[in-house]
Each structure stands twice: as C-alpha cells, then as structure tokens.
Design a binder for this molecule. Structure first.
Ligand code: CP3
Length: 353
C-alpha cells in the first residue's frame, strides 16, 4: 500500500500531536459544487452516480481538487443498505429519497434479508478500492454508514419525515419488532463497515442524523445501544479493529457523555453545544469533530474566519480536534465561502498546537 502523505486526520482521531487542526466537511462532495452538478446531470440520477465506481470516485475527488482538505469521504449514501434489502429505493428529484416498499408490519421485518457487502453492495466496495488507488496516499479515506435508528426511520416512513410518526409508533407500540429491525440493521451495518475497511477505508463514521428526535431513554435503547453494538463488532473484527470510528448524532446535546463510553474514537458534534464544554466533559476519552453551524457559510469570509477562531478557542490548545461543520454543507452555499472556511482553519489553527 502507498504511504499516507497527510495523516493529520488519523493522528487527530487518535488524539496524537498535530501541527495544525485537520479539516474536512460533511457532504463535501455535492450539489453546491458546479462540477458535481455537471457529473450528476450526465449520470442521469443520483443512484446511477452512486452505483458507478468510476463516477463515485470522480465526485469524491472534486472537493479535494478545489480545497485543502485533510480527508476524503466515500461518495455514496446511507440508504444503500435499505436499497440492497429490496425496498425499492428511488431519489425523487427535489423531494429526496422514497421507498416503493416501506417496512410497515412484523411480516415485512421478518422478510428482510441481510445483504452481502461484496455481492449486493459490491459497487460500494469497488468504489472504495478505486478511490484508495486514485488517492494514492494524498489523504485518508473515510467510509460510512447510517445508524440503525436513522436507517429505520427512512425504511418505516418510506422516505424523509418531519414527525417520525410511523417510526416512533413502531418503537412505542411494538418495541419487540422495533428491536428485531434495529438488530438486523446493526448486523448489516457492522459487516458493511467491516467490508469497507477491508476494501481500504482508513476511518469509519456512523451518521445518526435523527437520534436527536428521540427521548433520552429511547435514544439509549433504540439508537445508542445499536451503534455501540457496531463499534464492538468492528473492534473485534479482523479488518476494522484498528480503524477509528466516529459517531455522529445530530442533536445529541448532553448524550455526548454516554456516546463517549461506546468505545468509539471520536464524536461528531453539532453546532448547538459549546465545543469547550464537550471537551471538558469527554475530551479525555474521545476526539471531537465539529462544530460550525453550516449556515455560517452564508456569512462573509470575515465572519466565517471569526467563527473558525471562536471554535478553535473554545476547544483550546492541544490534541483531539478535527474541524468540520456541525452537519452537511447546504446545496445553495457559494464554494468560495467553503474555501474561506478551509483556509481560515489552515491559517489560524497552528497557534493551538
Ligand atoms: O459527505 C459526503 O460528501 C459523502 C456523501 C454523502 C451523501 N449522503 C451524498 C448525497 C453522505 C455522507 C450522505 C449521508 C446521508 N444520506 C445522510 C446522513 C448525513 C446527513 O446529512 O444527515 C442522510 C440522512 C442521507 C439520506 C439522504 N440522501 C437524503 C435525505 C437525501 C436527499 C436530500 C438531499 O440532500 O438531497 C439524500 C441524497 C444525497 N446524498 C445527495 C448527495 C450528494 C443529493 C442527491 C443529488 O445529487 O440529487
């Protein structure tokens, strides 16, 4: 394997010394980039883009060619697993994901298969292998999956939701079936992430976008417990035992303390909490990634720079910080503002190391 020329991100995940704070951006490949929209138009649909390793590789590299980023993230989607389970995944233009056959009954849950990552999801593994070879040691590659709970919300609701009525109805009216579904998803995510590591992913991240919609006890029972199961599986696995895992629950707030005990290497932190407070609470256990409000990228370059400075100051001196937004970059953001964010981190962060 080619030697990694920039390992700042991996060192920061291990809370080792770095000369500046590494930076990458959630959803860094996507619609805010005109070159992405161009490839997407030619591909015809988002799923065609995801299922072509060549195109997935091409759009993974686009943000790296534009900005001085310290990590690449596999171009794919969290919904590949439910797609591979046969739910009929489609991304409707302007509306987001839709499942033709949502999971609505005990029988639907019992009928769900466990996809083989190297068979039904082979296109993802081929993309990981191709991206690793294309990166050629430039920066590390992050592989990812959705959390069981977040995947379950899409599978049960049949798409995006504002209220989580059906998914929560399942949790509260038939917890046994909910646990069967979440347990299958935890197994599926575990082998999927392990396969990504075997294919060449150098860090792994679990996106729990909707964990924050739960109550504290429901979060522990239906989301965190299954993410912990995945972390345990990976730590005991042949291919992923040394691969750092980041957990990101949007809206985690005070639950970050519980998350830090899962055995993960790092926590993704959204913009609703003070990074310094989080560091004081859990910084001796995990690295922290975040946490600028994605909407700050609508502000002027001067304001963006000030906000970067506020976050660096809030974390303070020392190791274990990866700069990022607190959630994905919005499609209507000007790429110049992203450039301002990345260069502010490059310029201001050496003073903290
Ligand atoms: O970070 C990256 O650059 C890697 C790519 C990535 C995508 N989706 C590409 C994508 C990642 C890490 C994801 C994760 C994902 N997908 C999450 C978790 C993270 C988060 O943002 O909360 C979720 C909840 C999804 C599900 C999903 N995928 C939705 C709800 C949508 C539609 C809404 C939207 O933003 O368009 C998608 C589609 C999607 N995934 C796009 C991209 C670039 C846009 C599709 C297009 O080009 O038309």
């Amino acid at each position: 394997m080619t030697e990694l020329r920039n390992d700042l991100f991996l060192r920061a995940l291990r809370r080792e010394a770095v000369e500046r704070t590494p930076v990458w951006i959630m959803r860094q490949a996507g619609r805010y980039l005109p070159e992405y929209r161009e490839v997407r138009r030619h591909a015809g649909s988002f799923m065609q883009l995801c299922t072509s390793p060549e195109l997935a590789c091409k759009v993974t590299m686009q943000p790296l060619d534009r900005f001085d980023l310290d990590a690449a993230i596999l171009f794919s989607d969290i919904l590949t697993i439910p797609g591979a389970m046969g739910l009929g995944l489609d991304f409707v233009e302007g509306e987001g994901p839709r499942f033709a056959r949502p999971v609505r009954s005990k029988a639907d849950i019992d009928a769900l298969p466990l996809p083989d990552p190297e068979v039904e999801l082979r296109y993802v593994m081929d993309a990981v292998r191709l991206i690793r070879s294309e990166l050629d040691g430039r920066v590390p590659l992050i592989g990812f999956a959705g959390s069981p709970w977040t995947l379950a919300t899409y599978m049960v609701e049949g798409g995006s939701t504002a209220t989580f009525s059906l998914a929560k109805q399942l949790l509260y009216s038939d917890p046994e079936s909910a646990h069967r579904l979440l347990s299958l998803l935890a197994r599926s995510v575990s082998i999927y992430l392990e396969a990504q590591a075997a294919a060449g992913a150098q860090a792994l991240m679990i996106f729990d976008t909707w964990g924050g919609a739960l109550t504290p006890s429901a979060y522990r029972e239906f989301s965190l417990a299954y993410m912990s199961e995945i972390v345990d599986h990976l730590a005991a696995s042949k291919h992923a035992r040394d691969i750092p895992v980041t957990l990101f629950t949007k809206g985690a707030g005070s639950w970050l303390k519980d998350m830090a005990q899962s055995g993960c290497a790092a926590l993704g932190v959204d913009w609703t909490v003070d990074l310094g407070d989080v560091r004081r609470a859990v910084g001796d256990q995990v690295a922290l990634q975040g946490n600028m409000d994605p909407a700050m990228l609508y502000a002027s370059p001067t304001q963006i720079r000030e906000q970067v400075s506020v976050i660096l100051q809030s974390f303070g001196h020392g190791n274990g910080h990866i700069m990022n937004l607190g959630h994905g970059v919005q499609p209507s953001v000007d790429p110049e503002r992203v450039a301002a964010f990345v260069s502010a981190v490059r310029e201001l962060s050496p003073a903290y190391h």
